[in-house]
Design a binder for this molecule. Structure first.
Ligand code: ADP
Ligand code: MG
Length: 278
């Protein structure tokens, strides 16, 4: 399975909604088979950027290229992208097999090839044998896997994901992160992955693009972001995921130096800072 990854280039793209500049002169290059996360707080432009790649949103200026194809004016269905959203929108009246085969139907691929492709895609996401199951009889995690199978069944060279795991509980989310990472290696597609969860971005990605106010403030490998943040925003945003305990101790030593440790309130900020804890 897999026909290799697409290379993706965004050239100086901007997008405004009236007075709101959702994206401000964004340039991004993603290599074939790379896993790149778009990380940033709410409202920083992540979904808008993904929408430009999917073709759901037109840039106000700039262009988008897949390989040497300029796709800026191409509608979504011509771009051949696998897409997984947070609300994975399965068709409730169809069983698992029909849901997963939907992109094949939409592409008018010969029906004789469907069942083999469905079987392969379901095996890829750990749902072998679930073909006849009704969607209502699946857990949240299983539904998300069906959505994944549906996104990979036509062997797209590019897959876009917008917070695909955020509806799952912490334990399931962490195991799905590992599975997604392994799935990525097996299918060899390029993946662009939106998340506001620092730890998720750092553990899953080849590179992470940190967004703020519609701009990419830094794009780098996880360890590089961690060790060489471009500015204090990146440092604090990334730092929340991994550096925080050390910093908090320094802060408390300065801020509450006269207090005995036993008298301190019980670390509420550490719980708040755990991005996977809610
Ligand atoms: P994120 O996904 O990072 O939370 P978005 O890309 O959804 O951010 O939004 C970026 C900015 O653009 C925000 O200020 C948001 O309010 C604004 N925005 C997004 N979509 C629209 C829209 N359809 N109309 C008006 N403003 C929008
Ligand atoms: Mg969003």
């Amino acid at each position: 399975m897999g026909t290799g990854g697409e290379s993706v280039e965004i050239r100086s793209a901007s997008k405004s909604y009236g007075a709101v500049r959702a994206l401000d002169n964004v340039t991004l290059n993603v290599a074939p088979r790379e896993f790149v996360s778009l990380l940033g707080p709410s409202g920083s432009g992540k979904t808008t950027l993904l929408g430009l790649l999917g073709g759901f949103i037109q840039p106000s200026s700039g262009s988008i290229h897949f390989g040497d194809r300029d796709v800026t004016l191409e509608p979504p269905h011509k771009r051949d992208i696998g897409i997984v959203f947070q609300n994975y929108a399965l068709f409730p009246h169809m069983n698992v097999s029909e849901n997963v085969a939907f992109p094949l139907r939409a592409r008018r691929l010969p029906k004789a090839s469907w069942s083999e492709k469905v079987r392969t895609a379901l095996a890829m996401v750990g749902l072998a044998g679930y073909e006849e199951r009704g969607v209502a009889q699946l857990s949240g995690g299983q539904r998300q896997r069906v959505a994944l199978a549906r996104a990979i069944i036509f062997e797209p060279r590019l897959i876009l994901m917008d917070e695909p795991l955020s509806a799952l509980d912490k334990q399931l989310r962490e195991s799905m992160q590992i599975e997604l990472r392994e799935l990525h290696k097996r299918i060899g597609a390029t993946i662009i992955y939106v998340t506001h969860d620092q730890r998720e971005a750092l553990t899953m990605s080849d590179r992470v693009a940190v967004l703020k106010g519609g701009r990419i403030v830094q794009i780098d490998r996880p360890e590089r972001l961690h060790d060489h943040p471009a500015d204090s925003f990146v440092a604090s945003f990334i730092g929340e995921a991994s550096l925080l305990p050390v910093r908090r101790i320094d802060y408390r030593q300065r801020g509450a130096g006269t207090r005995h440790p036993a008298q301190r309130p019980d670390r509420p900020e550490r719980r708040r800072a755990d991005p996977g804890g809610t």
